[in-house]
Design a protein around this ligand. Structure first.
Ligand code: AMP
Length: 431
């Protein structure tokens, strides 16, 4: 079935074909007709499935069929992160380029002024993170009384980040009659509760099995002592001639340090995490996308929603504490039908985490030893910044000054310092 057969207007079809899309993806096939028929939607879809176009295209079509009564926005898309807001905002701009709708992005980390001016000029579609949106509402810059569409994108991640109270505050400010679209990569009791209160007789759409990783992603685990991980990573990148690699670490500090070490190994790298300014993150992402930087080292939250097409390689430098994060991470590869590899460097203390991930995936991940690395002994107290190990010599043992204690991440759902894009966000540590 083609996009035209789904009932999209000529203006939207032009924009879609300019993007090179020839066929709707499964989520688009199901969502577009349902949204055009004014149904509420509960969609289970991961990033990479084409979910953004699945809600944006029909929403823009319906908005363009009626005219705005004033300056106030008629559609609100909420996202968990600035990156995702920027990316969805860009999709709205691209798909709506032949329509006369106005759209804007609202997120923290940048000045309020330009957002206020844009709101004053009038806007049809607002793509926002919850915290900054509520700031604008609190300051009287924005009212939600004309909203016809509410989209919650990556709702599971918004709940993970503690945005539930913000979301409920926003919902209270909306008109009673409106269309609601909820997208979530995973389902939990919290998501079901949110959906029950929000959606009216929703059409349920599921494009990937619950908590399963994209079939096209080849997954491997390399057993390796913690202090030799960096050397193995450099080896894999060089040996495999990997040109675009997204590497996940658990801590911001770890991301910075690894990027520096890779640079020292002669592999261009940048780190992206919640302590970096918006400008620095945007520059790092642009350099990675253009190929100037070969390796992007990211924490889970920072990487959430990054729009990078057909990413060939994802590396879990450290396994995440929460198995669902693994699913999100490897969702970056093998996008839009192309293949990808997801490689995990697994130290002895991480085998329990790997088993938990396999339980959630419902399948096992192949262990593969790498000659010259997998047999390197763990050196208690070894400096993680140590230079590349030489497999042919045994390394002197040093006393156990705890690298572990320095590097040990806080559990992501408890404690730690505040991060993210909103002062209201429940802190998710070290991301
Ligand atoms: P999303 O799941 O919205 O993050 O989209 C993942 C990627 O797929 C984006 O880079 C889109 O540009 C791309 N995409 C969306 N729809 C299609 C389509 N019908 N055909 C090919 N690529 C698409």
């Amino acid at each position: 079935m083609s996009f035209a057969e789904l009932g999209l207007s000529a203006e939207l079809l032009r924009a879609v074909s300019a993007q090179g899309y020839t066929q709707p993806t499964p989520i688009q096939l199901q969502s577009i007709p349902a949204i055009l028929a004014r149904r509420d939607i509960l969609a289970g879809a991961q990033t990479g499935t084409g979910k953004t176009a699945a809600f944006t295209l029909p929403m823009l079509q319906l908005l363009s069929q009626s005219s705005a009564r004033g300056r106030l926005p008629r559609a609100l898309v909420l996202t968990p992160t600035r990156e995702l807001a920027a990316q969805v905002g860009e999709s709205v701009r691209i798909y709506g380029q032949h329509l006369s709708l106005r759209s804007m992005q609202i997120f923290g980390g940048v000045g309020m002024g330009p957002q206020v001016s844009q709101l004053r000029r009038g806007v049809d579609v607002v793509v926002a993170t919850p915290g900054r949106l509520l700031d604008h509402i609190g300051q009287g810059n924005l009212e939600l009384s004309e909203i016809e569409f509410l989209v919650l994108d990556e709702a599971d991640r918004m709940l993970d980040m503690g945005f539930i109270h913000d979301i409920r505050r926003v919902i209270k400010l909306l008109p009673k009659v409106r269309q609601n679209l909820l997208f979530s990569a995973t389902y939990s009791r919290e998501i079901e509760q949110l959906a029950t209160g929000l959606l009216q007789n929703p059409q349920r759409i599921e494009v990937a099995r619950r908590n399963t990783a994209a079939e096209s992603v080849e997954q491997l685990a390399h057993p390796i002592a913690r202090e030799h991980k960096r050397a193995l990573l450099s080896h894999l990148i060089r040996n495999g001639d990997w040109q675009q690699v997204l590497v996940f670490t658990r801590t911001k500090h770890g991301a910075n340090r690894l990027a520096e070490q890779l640079e020292r190994d002669g592999i261009t790298a940048a780190a992206i995490h919640g302590n970096k300014s918006q400008g620095a993150r945007t520059r790092a992402l642009a350099a990675f996308k253009s190929g100037t930087v070969r390796t992007l080292v990211a924490t889970d939250i920072a990487a959430r929603g990054l729009d990078i097409d057909r990413l060939p390689h994802v590396v879990n430098f450290e396994l995440p504490n929460v198995p669902e994060d693994y699913v999100h991470r490897i969702g970056r590869t093998g996008r839009a039908g192309s293949n990808g590899t997801a490689v995990s460097l697994v130290s002895a203390d991480e085998h329990g985490l790997l088993a938990g991930i396999e339980r959630v995936l419902g399948r096992s991940i192949e262990r593969q030893k790498i000659d010259g690395f997998s047999d390197l002994p763990a050196t208690p107290g070894a400096d993680p910044d140590a230079r590349r190990p030489r497999p042919q010599h045994s390394r002197p043992r040093t006393d156990a000054r705890t690298q572990h204690a320095r590097d040990k991440p806080t559990h992501p759902r408890t404690g730690g310092r505040k991060s993210g894009n909103s002062g209201r966000a429940r802190p998710r540590a070290n991301v």
